[in-house]
Design a protein around this ligand. Sequence first.
Ligand code: C5P
Ligand code: MG
Length: 211
Amino acid sequence: MEKAKSKLNIIICGAPGCGKGTQSDLLLQKYRLIHLSTGDILRNEIEAKTDNGIIAEKLISKGEFVPDSMIVKILSKRIVEKPATCNGIILDGFPRTLSQAEALEALMTSLGKKTTILIDLVVEKEELISRLVKRGETSGRSDDNLETIKKRLEVYEIKTAPVSDFYKKLNKYAPINGMGTVEEIFSRITDVIDSIESNEVNLNEKVNACC
Ligand code: C5P
Ligand code: MG
């Protein structure tokens, strides 16, 4: 009998402008995953003028993070409520701090699930700035301006670097060269995911079949 295919719970991480959203869109089509983008979720909360949105609005436009407790609560609800039929999830923009990473792993364990891998898109700083400034010409995002971009990159270095170390220790860390064309980067990411998928022993260690 064919073995049930294991679920893919992928974290896509990297500095602002590294291409998380772009690559997530391609990944969710290829592997039929659900996309949980914290940035998009927060921007929707702002648009809907919810209590969380009102708090998030000021922080996002300054390039700061929203409180861990808020984002953990929002994300946990989405992870718990996602349809059981999906092949897994892509977490884009979460976890952003060590405390969020610890909360995510505790949640997954309590649900009998596991994160598969953290894909870290590594892009040179000058390239990040130029991509974000260009995006700011059309995105309408309050944080895609030079001053806030610099702040976001600083906050990222300080708060998000420990997340990589956390997943390195769990042996679930995959740095990917995020320079090049969208197709080149996508192919590097899928090589990593497919190598996990094709390695049965490794896969069963890394991914829990009950998602
Ligand atoms: O992921 P993205 O770059 O779209 O996030 C935009 C902004 O949303 C971040 O700069 C930050 O202000 C906020 N955010 C946050 N906590 C997260 C994810 C995003 O505060 N976990
Ligand atoms: Mg994004």
